[in-house]
Design a protein around this ligand. Sequence first.
Ligand code: URA
Length: 195
Amino acid sequence: MPSKQEQLGKLNEKMSKCSKCSLRKNCSRVVFGEGNPNAKIMFVGEAPGKKEDETGRPFVGAAGKFLNEMLAVIKLKREDVYIANVCKCRPPKNRDPLPEEIKLCWPWLEQQVKIINPKIIITLGRHSMERFISEEKISEAHGKLFVRKIKGLGERNFFTLYHPAAALYNGNIRQTLIQDFKKIPEVLEKIKKEK
Ligand code: URA
């Protein structure tokens, strides 16, 4: 059985050749995701921005810097977790990804989740949350644990957060996001006990 690292490597090779939607034509590269293939926590954001498109790495711009800071608060590093997006290619002018683009990109994220098999998926922002938990509003769902059966993935734990980029320009969201983020260790403990 190939290691998770090897499986992700093979998946990324296939992903790099994807042209299922028009995003690929207008971006520089596919941003697969990165981190620990054995991570217990998988963060799922929205789509690459300018810096991510330039470097091929997720969350390396201003929002990523803030994500790193919050990880440090709960004594985690990027290398401890896995970070990916619902869309792997940068939308033009950083517009929101379209429902059709999220749908076409889903098989890549689905495969990533299957390989990594994290204990919890932490959604960053509305688009990521809605992919898994469509009936909730982020203003009410943030900072809460959800258990949902997802087609192709079975029953999974989700924790919903505001997007770090939204927190950069709104002090209230920033405070809420930091408070929610600090709950991650106890949420993980809760999941462990319930198993
Ligand atoms: N915002 C996202 O949602 N994902 C990234 O990778 C960077 C910024």
